[in-house]
Design a protein around this ligand. Structure first.
Ligand code: C2E
Ligand code: CA
Ligand code: CA
Ligand code: CA
Length: 277
């Protein structure tokens, strides 16, 4: 059992029998970026486990393709990541998320918004300036923007990523480690990263009430996060039994279908107006 058995599984791209080919996706995406309203964001609330307040929201990209309907991000983001188009896509996502956040701020809801960054963006030395420019343009305080980066992204080319992450952190932007548990971060790296939140991958949360190993991993991640002074979020929380178990383990925040699915901005605005932040 010397092989790292999980490794091949984690990094293998998902196979979709029906997925259109790469070139078609790329061409359509270039066009979709120019088109009005094809790309938009849904927002999923992150809920505090003591008190059940909305602590923040995560922006998740949606693509309404003119003929193929709603294309899930897993079908086009990996393709975009293989080319420079991911940088334009990310700029668009930040633009949309910050414009929406400005609207919520104006309505009296200073809700932190999280945006996902792909690996490729972390290798782009121009990213921190782009983020600063967009924050200024939309008059959003840096502390209300959170950027989620996956564990494997950071571990891939840690030195280069670290520089970009440090500069983002210096702007006052908050950083999260996404999909925690699926990569190989050592404690040493985690301690050096300028992050303040750790999100436990939903595969472990899903199994935590039925599989002993998953339960151990979730508990270990929560303890590790807390020992490093990080806020710990469980993603993919689907059942009341998960909420109970996570609360018992002292997890800070939960995100998942049990509380709310990702929803259009208008619906989230209504939620903010009724429950507040
Ligand atoms: P992620 O960042 O790990 O986002 C969480 C995913 O889990 C979302 O899928 C969300 O809809 C889903 N989810 C939330 N709660 C539950 C639950 O209780 N059960 C289950 N089964 N799923 C749940 P989605 O929106 O399809 O996004 C998939 C992935 O695509 C994201 O995973 C992220 O890696 C990527 N992605 C989405 N939007 C963006 C973006 O704007 N930029 C980049 N670079 N990646 C994005
Ligand atoms: Ca995420
Ligand atoms: Ca995640
Ligand atoms: Ca994920």
């Amino acid at each position: 059992a010397k092989e790292l058995k999980g490794a091949a599984v984690v990094f293998e791209p998902e196979e979709h029998a029906t997925a259109p080919n790469r070139l078609t996706v790329l061409g359509d995406l270039r066009r979709g970026l120019e088109a009005e309203g094809e790309l938009f964001l849904h927002y999923q609330p992150k809920i505090t486990l003591d008190g059940e307040r909305i602590e923040g929201v995560e922006a998740l990209l949606r693509w309404q393709h003119p003929t193929q309907g709603l294309v899930p991000p897993g079908d086009f983001i990996p393709v975009a990541e293989g080319t420079g188009i991911i940088l334009r896509l990310t700029e668009r996502v930040l633009q949309m998320a910050l414009a929406q956040q400005r609207t919520w701020l104006d309505a009296g809801h200073p809700v932190p918004v999280a945006v996902n960054l792909s690996t490729r963006c972390l290798l782009d030395a121009g990213l921190p300036d782009m983020v600063q420019r967009l924050l200024t343009e939309h008059r959003v305080p840096a502390s209300l923007l959170r950027l989620e980066v996956t564990e494997s992204a950071v571990m891939g080319d840690a030195a280069r990523c670290m520089d970009v992450l440090q500069r983002l952190h210096d702007l006052g932007v908050r950083l999260s480690i996404d999909d925690f548990g699926t990569g190989y971060s050592s404690m040493a790296y985690l301690r050096r990263l300028p992050v303040d939140e750790l999100k436990i991958d939903r595969s472990f949360v899903l199994g935590m009430c039925t599989t002993a190993q998953d339960a151990v991993l979730v508990r270990t991640a929560i303890d590790l996060g807390h020992n490093l002074g990080l806020t710990v979020v469980a993603e993919g929380v689907e059942g009341a039994e998960h909420v109970d178990a996570l609360r018992t383990l002292g997890c800070d925040i939960a995100q998942g279908y049990h509380f709310a699915r990702p929803m259009p901005a208008a619906q989230l605005s209504e939620l903010l107006a009724t429950v507040g932040t």
